[in-house]
Design a protein around this ligand. Sequence first.
Ligand code: ZN
Length: 87
Amino acid sequence: MPPSRKGASAKRKSTKERKPKRKSCSMCAEKLTALDYKDTLRLRRFITERGKIVPRRISGNCAKHQRWLTDAVKRARVIALLPFTAE
Ligand SMILES: [Zn+2]
């Protein structure tokens, strides 16, 4: 019988004080009035290498602009400007 590895999962870093740095929404900063789904250069900044949309907690987008972003990315995918997945 192999030795049990009980301790592995119990290990946890104690981060007592974690200050979440307030990321500012880049689209708010630019005062965008609309997000163009054909603007793949901008959209690509918000998708991962695998083609996934970067979550808000990482990208720092505000809720409104994250919604814009998901709509734009999904639209761009349909007309093959962005990948659904990376191969
Ligand atoms: Zn915003």
